[in-house]
Design a protein around this ligand. Structure first.
Ligand code: HEM
Length: 107
């Protein structure tokens, strides 16, 4: 059963552009991580002001291995940028199990 880890991040409005720009230039290492299944960066439009970084994994262990890897650290060291995870940017990590999922029918 797949699991989903969502990092919900509150970004001050004057930093939105910079935050999105950072993701456009992201490391891209996560795609090559064992057990990685999906990633989406979701920009808030209505009802919330939190960006969501959606990731889906084959198992909790696969996520844990990536989160404690050098790839994760490299993707988040920020090169001294104030948007690095060490910054005061507020965030919450949410965990889910995938119970059901669907895509478009093949026919
Ligand atoms: C305070 C905590 C965090 C902040 C502010 C943050 C912010 C960012 C930013 C700005 C980037 C773009 C890369 C760069 O700047 O070089 C990034 C990459 C990424 N973050 Fe986070 N992040 C945090 C923690 C997490 C956590 C806990 C997850 C787990 C779901 C996560 C998932 C990702 C993924 C999948 C990428 C892309 C990595 C790649 O392309 O290889 N982040 N994050």
């Amino acid at each position: 059963m797949s699991i989903v880890k969502i990092n919900a991040v509150t970004v001050p409005p004057d930093m939105h552009e910079r935050f999105e720009e950072r993701f456009r230039g992201r490391a891209g290492a996560v795609e090559r991580t064992p057990g990685f299944e999906w990633f989406e960066l979701l920009r808030p439009i209505e009802g919330t002001d939190q960006y969501l970084v959606y990731t889906r994994w084959s198992s909790e262990e696969a996520y844990a291995a990536w989160q404690s890897s050098q790839d994760f650290d490299r993707a988040h060291d920020g090169g001294g940028d104030t948007l690095a995870p060490v910054a005061s940017t507020s965030h919450h990590l949410w965990s889910y199990e995938v119970l059901e999922s669907a895509g478009p029918a093949a026919d």
